[in-house]
Design a protein around this ligand. Structure first.
Ligand code: NDP
Ligand code: 8X3
Length: 252
């Protein structure tokens, strides 16, 4: 059987690009997301293009019981997961702390932190049993720096940074590799989601400079995963050339 990669949030952006890269590299795939139609489209495309096997799981990573049951219902041969990409995540709003929305805060913490934990607990136990595995966590430059009005999103990604380090320590005796990839601005659906469908506001984020595209990040993740087994890339920060820090972007 081929190697297996489980990618959360594979309906768009970085997760979808990772699905293409891992399929290209002959991995069979478990792809997750909330939008069943999108998962179906991505899956059909990958099967046609790369002749790989794909399982799709529709769940909201915030729904702990559903995450656990959908994952545990997989047949045993699909639990031989070599690579987990903890990618599902989002930002909601960009407001000073005193004006922030309770709902937005909960959505971000529940998705980016707790959702990642639910998936990781199940899959890391499979990896321990199988004595193999590599977990890649999508952090962010927002997990390394804090920018105005980024408060809770930044906190959620700082938590991912801490969890990435914690996982590496806890999984060390089991030979499981753990990597965080921290991107700067990547043009995906991220800003559209952050600004709740306001296309003009989302587009403005990337005005005047060349942001990363999802494939830049997916290829970086593949670089980390494709190192020899004795090499662990602890973390990588990848930025657009036009972006020096979270807030310092050179716009033409
Ligand atoms: P996109 O909005 O394009 O994709 C996000 C993916 O996450 C979608 O597949 C979405 O699927 C999934 N997702 C979101 N919420 C949930 C949920 N509750 N349950 C299940 N799946 C969910 O954004 P990106 O590709 O840019 O983001 C991917 C990751 O990269 C995120 O963790 C983000 O924080 C991080 N990142 C992004 C950067 C950027 O500038 N774009 C920079 C740094 C990090 P669906 O809606 O179908 O559920
Ligand atoms: C996404 C990048 O700078 O918008 O994590 O927070 S940023």
């Amino acid at each position: 059987m081929s190697k297996i990669a489980l990618i959360t949030g594979a309906t768009a952006g970085i997760g979808e690009a990772c699905a293409h890269v891992f399929a290209r590299e002959r991995y069979d795939l478990i792809l997750t997301g909330r939008r069943a139609d999108r998962l179906e489209t991505v899956s059909k495309q990958l099967i046609a293009e790369y002749n790989v096997h794909v399982k799709t799981l529709v769940f909201d990573v915030r729904d702990r019981e559903d995450v656990i049951s959908k994952l545990e219902e997989l047949p045993n041969d699909w639990k031989q997961v070599n690579v987990l990409v903890n990618n599902a995540g989002l930002s909601q709003g960009l407001d000073p702390i005193q004006n922030g929305s309770y709902d937005d805060w909960e959505t971000m913490m529940d998705t980016n932190v707790k959702g990642l934990l639910y998936v990781t607990k199940v899959v890391s136990n499979w990896m321990i049993t199988n004595k193999l595995g590599h977990i890649v966590n999508l952090g962010s430059i927002a997990g390394k720096e804090v920018y105005p009005n980024g408060n809770v999103y930044c906190a959620s990604k700082h938590a991912v940074d801490a969890l990435n380090k914690g996982m590496r320590i806890d999984l060390l005796p089991h030979g499981i590799r753990v990597t965080a990839v921290h991107p700067g601005a990547v043009e995906t659906e991220f800003s559209l989601v952050r600004f709740k469908g306001d296309e003009a506001r989302a587009k403005k984020v990337y005005d005047g400079f060349e942001p990363l595209v999802a494939m830049d990040v997916a290829e970086t993740i593949w670089f980390a995963v494709s190192r020899p087994a004795h090499v662990n890339i602890n973390e990588l920060t990848i930025m657009p050339t036009a972006q020096a820090t979270a807030t310092n972007i050179f716009r033409k």
